[in-house]
Design a protein around this ligand. Structure first.
Ligand code: ATP
Length: 368
């Protein structure tokens, strides 16, 4: 019997609804064609547009539905011109990370043969690494409660960077498990790199100490350390040396956009925020208000986030047809990119959002 799984969907703001609708179409087609799983979707209100209309950014009913669902698929939330009274942006996606304790922000970076990248890769070199960004503490700890000028003195503002044993232990266990899984499939050598600034900050020395403790439990995997500034350089000069990288929240925020740039831009970068019980899948990009409503948005990052969701659900529930379909989705997009077909303007093409998504579906079922 097909495994029934529910997905809570936040279609969000700006280009969010435009990229969500075709992504759900593609996922529905895969689910309908499978006798092994049966996905149902519930689209829920939340975000800046909803806040502007109702005064609530994340309604309790939406949160409760997301809590009950098997997974959450989110497009992008926030609009620069819609803000809370204190001037901060509406970002329920960050609230969800905190509420569901989604400590592991998983950002894969893949550049295959013929992939779009501003790098000149040596012949035969491909890139396939995963950046894990801690997503609940670090420099985002004091997000809405940092000390504004006037609190300590009129001439200074302060934020707090928090590193805790509890979160790091879960984070590093997750990172080594992922590296082990990747090694088992033959995809990588099984290496985890701790990215920090342990030479300057005590908090990062503690981060590294906890990393080393987890590394000692995995003699079959290689553990490595690097300072974040060096990693920014090496991600450009020799990105193929990385397998799984794990880092603090703010460093991960910055490096994941660099990773997106390496593979052709934000329109190609998927992500997942994963905890012990819940997971939210969403593209790395924001709501792109500058191109909203024009049919220009690239749906690939959202569709690839849907593929990550299929992987996670498939592994969690033991449905290999879902992980197979996730790989088919990635290959369908790889093929369009390598042959430069049906690409949106951010990738140098002229396709609309709808046409690009339709081409993914066509590719998927043409090769089935
Ligand atoms: P946030 O702070 O919410 O992450 P941001 O301010 O960093 O958002 P984005 O909304 O991600 O910015 O947009 C950055 C740039 O990338 C914009 O020029 C936008 O048009 C472009 N962009 C983002 N996502 C896409 C997409 N899916 N397709 C095409 N262009 C995109």
């Amino acid at each position: 019997m097909a495994k029934a799984l529910s997905v809570a969907v936040f279609d969000g703001d700006g280009i969010g609804p435009e990229i969500t609708a075709p992504t759900l179409d593609v996922l529905r087609q895969l689910s309908n064609a499978s006798s092994h799983y049966d996905l149902s979707f519930e689209v829920l209100p939340a975000g800046a547009t909803h806040y502007a209309r109702t005064g609530t950014a994340l309604p309790d009913a939406s949160l409760a539905a997301a809590d009950k669902a098997d997974a959450v698929l989110l497009s992008a939330m926030g609009m620069p011109n819609v803000r809370y009274p204190d001037g901060t942006e509406i970002s329920p996606q960050i609230d969800l990370r905190m509420i569901f304790n989604l400590f592991a922000g998983v950002r894969p970076v893949r550049i295959g043969e013929g992939g779009l990248t501003p790098l000149k890769l040596p012949p035969g070199k491909t890139v396939d690494f995963v950046l894990i960004r801690e997503s609940t503490e670090g420099l985002f700890h004091s997000r809405a409660s940092g000390k504004a000028p006037g609190t300590v003195s009129d001439d200074e503002a302060r934020e707090t960077l928090l590193i805790t044993r509890d979160v790091c232990e879960k984070l590093f266990a997750f990172a080594f498990k992922l590296a082990g899984d990747r090694k088992k499939t033959g995809r990588s050598p099984g290496k985890v790199t701790c990215v920090d600034k342990a030479n300057v900050f005590r908090s990062f020395a503690f981060f590294r100490e906890l990393f080393d403790a987890e590394a000692a439990r995995h003699p079959d995997l290689e553990a490595d350390h690097a300072y974040v500034d060096a990693v920014a350089l090496w991600m450009v000069q020799k990105p193929w040396v990385y397998d799984v990288m794990v880092t603090e929240n703010m460093f991960g925020d910055i490096l994941s956009d660099l990773g997106a740039g390496l593979m052709g831009g934000l329109g190609m970068a998927p992500s997942a925020d994963i905890g012990l019980d819940h997971a939210v899948f969403q593209p790395c990009h924001g709501s792109a208000p500058d191109i909203a409503g024009q049919g220009k948005a690239n749906p690939f990052a959202m569709i690839l986030s849907g593929a990550m969701m299929l992987d996670w659900l498939g592994l969690k529930h033991g449905v290999s047809a879902m992980t197979d379909d996730a790989e088919r989705l990635r290959l369908a997009i790889d093929d369009l990119v390598a042959t430069q077909r049906s690409l949106t303007p951010d990738l140098g093409g002229t396709a609309t959002t709808h046409d690009a998504a339709q081409a993914v579906a066509d590719n998927l079922f043409a090769t089935a």
